[in-house]
Design a protein around this ligand. Structure first.
Ligand code: ATP
Ligand code: MG
Length: 355
């Protein structure tokens, strides 16, 4: 029996392992700092829970394996510059942008992109880290160490943020989950809700966009597309060539979760459309201590990542799924979480479809 190795041993790797268990697949997440000699067999398969990695004893072994699925795609999407170039080449709508080069100036940025410009480091950014706002009103300049290292993006006055999680099999077939509405606070995902009737008119457009990308990259597995909704339009914010935080609700709310779909796709097992159950909501646990009192709430599933709790760090998530509006509403009123959670819980309550 082949092993599915995962480059990275964070929560995504752990949840891939959990999803592989009922399928009888031995999923082995590997810490990138591991110095072990891995017992890699030629028929094994390799995937990743992260889009980039340093060269280490562990990553060198995995990245030289001939069955590393999507190996060539990771550097393309991990660098925001080449990711944006892919979007432009495929004529997929995205926030207007330009590469920040040695001779780039803030004046040029304001001229080309408007008075609010968001610089994003090409590599390594996550949870809003690696961002730098240029505001004309504040006379901001481009710091030297951002030149050649970043892209500059127009500030988008979006109505809301939504993401699409899709999966593509080795034979090219694709399946998608319903669009998920996401709330970010300070650049970090706090809450998601799906499915939403009012996002349905955008579903086929979103699927066509992500299909175009996955097909162009001959991608296999789960990919997530984060979007800004501006009126009836979707602008792609960024892509993740992996399972994604905004798809965590599928663990509770779909017959096949994103993790199982990814495992099935990369190991060449059959894919099937996921049946979506009821209403789901997801709340990220960010910098908060574990509290088993949460388990008193009906409709709740707890995922605790066993990481040291630090401010701003994702240490777990709560999934809620129920066919009863009042169960979900009451969970939101009973959840006792510190600032800025009241905003996130109110946002969920506001978006929760009324029966
Ligand atoms: P992730 O943790 O999803 O990888 P990230 O830190 O890599 O996130 P982005 O997704 O690019 O970075 O940005 C984080 C958040 O910042 C977005 O979800 C959005 O709320 C806000 N943001 C990003 N780009 C823009 C933009 N051009 N205009 C306005 N807000 C933006
Ligand atoms: Mg993002």
């Amino acid at each position: 029996m082949s092993v599915l190795w995962v480059l990275g041993a964070g929560q995504l790797g752990a949840m891939l392992k959990q999803a592989g268990t009922p399928l009888g697949i031995d999923v082995r997440p590997v810490d990138i700092e591991s110095t072990e000699t891995l017992a890699l067999a030629p028929t094994d398969i390799v995937t990743a829970e992260r889009e980039e990695w340093p060269e280490t004893v562990a990553t060198k072994q995995l990245a030289t394996h001939s069955n590393f699925v999507n190996l060539a795609t990771f550097p393309q999407l991990a660098d925001r510059l080449t990711q944006k170039q892919w979007l432009d080449r495929l004529e997929l709508a995205t926030a207007p942008w330009f590469p920040v080069e040695a001779d780039s100036t803030a004046a040029k940025a304001y001229d080309v992109l408007g008075e609010r410009v968001l610089m994003k480091r090409r590599r390594g950014g996550y949870d809003g880290k690696g961002q730098y706002w240029l505001k004309q009103s504040e006379g901001a300049e481009i710091p030297e160490d951002w030149k050649g290292q970043a892209i500059a993006e127009q500030a988008i006055n979006f109505d809301e943020e939504a993401s699409l999680v899709g999966v593509r099999g080795k034979n090219g077939e694709t399946y998608f989950y319903p669009l998920t509405l996401n709330l970010h606070i300070n650049g970090i995902l706090y809450a998601s809700i799906s499915p939403l009737e009012r996002l349905k008119p955008l579903q086929s457009k979103a699927e066509a966009m992500l299909s175009k990308l996955m097909n162009a990259l001959d991608y296999v597995g789960v990919m997530a597309m984060e979007c800004f909704r501006v009126g009836d339009e979707l602008l792609i914010n960024e892509l993740a060539p992996r399972v994604h935080n905004s798809g965590h609700w599928t663990q509770a709310g779909a017959s096949i979760c994103q993790f199982e779909n990814h495992v099935r796709a990369v190991t060449g097992l059959p894919l099937a459309p996921a049946e979506v159950k009821n209403q789901s909501m997801m709340v990220n646990l960010i910098g908060v201590d574990l509290n088993y009192d949460w388990l008193n709430l009906q409709g709740l599933e707890l995922y605790w990542y066993k990481k040291e709790v630090r401010p701003g760090r994702k240490v777990g998530h709560l999934n809620f799924c129920s066919g009863s509006h009042s169960v979900l509403e009451s969970a939101l009123t009973k959840l006792d979480l510190p600032e800025p959670y009241p905003e996130a819980l109110q946002w969920l309550a506001k978006n929760l479809p009324k029966l």
